[in-house]
Design a protein around this ligand. Sequence first.
Ligand code: CO
Ligand code: CO
Length: 339
Amino acid sequence: MGRSPGATVSVMTSTRYRLTQYAHGGGCACKIPPGELETIVQGLAGVDSPDVLVGLDTGDDAAVVRIQDGIAVVATADFFTPVVDDAYDWGRIAAANALSDVYAMGGRPVVAVNLVGWPRDVLPVELLREVLRGGLDIAREAGCVVGGGHSIDDPEPKYGMAVTGIADPDRLMRNDAAEPGLPISLTKPLGVGVLNNRHKATGEVFAQAVDCMVGLNREASEAALAAGVRAATDVTGFGLLGHLYKMARASGVTAVVDSASVPYVDGARQAVADGYVSGGTRRNLDWVRPHLSAGVDDDELILLADAQTSGGLLVVGEVPGARVIGRTVARRDAAIVVR
Ligand code: CO
Ligand code: CO
């Protein structure tokens, strides 16, 4: 072709390499299953101090520690294997997902560092550069500084960020603060998990799903704070049902989900019907089922349990622009009722 090898690589990278084929699992669906994780960390405790506002015990989105009157530090990390083939999009998705846990607590991200695993013998470093460029673009959009990070040679590509933010300690959105008698709101449609799984299997690209995943939860978080919301989390690998269960359990309420009002990305329902359901999603449903009273069939429950990557905020309260998908009520036998 008469080009230098470097130029050939940069022209070919976006088409020749399907990044999802280098991953054993996909995105937040490659999380360690929720029940297993809780067993692992059970009984492990860190520093016990009144300034630890959110620690390990309630399984919240991030750790929050008060550092002085009126200021708390919010710390979180998230990384995963490729969820899409395109390197730049994967970088954007992983960054938006990592930043999301700060927004889910009601915080503002301030500084992040990259976390990278890269099979340098197998994949060109130009592709890694695209991943990092995607991450930087999203961090810039969030007004969050990215300062270096850590990278290792790894047989499987992995990317994410450790993010540090700040929050007002008196205005945190916690997963254990849901009150009964409030609407439950969801700020992004569900279904990106099953579409990512289909993308991995077939190479079909789902632009609406990508748009959802690269979207920051900043506006949703600010709107929720402005509305006086006290309880929120983000919907990621454990799916809507998993994260809602964690919230209902930690708060001692029951969540009633009106399944007909839950929004989905185009094609999600068809992808479930066509069998592109991940093992992670099935494990989510298995985990929640003993705490669930369901008046809908299993296909509907699978959609509600779909392992999300960079999903929206799940808010107990009303948020302008977000879909109301149910209501909290005083605790009943089941932590979640789906009708
Ligand atoms: Co989270
Ligand atoms: Co997370």
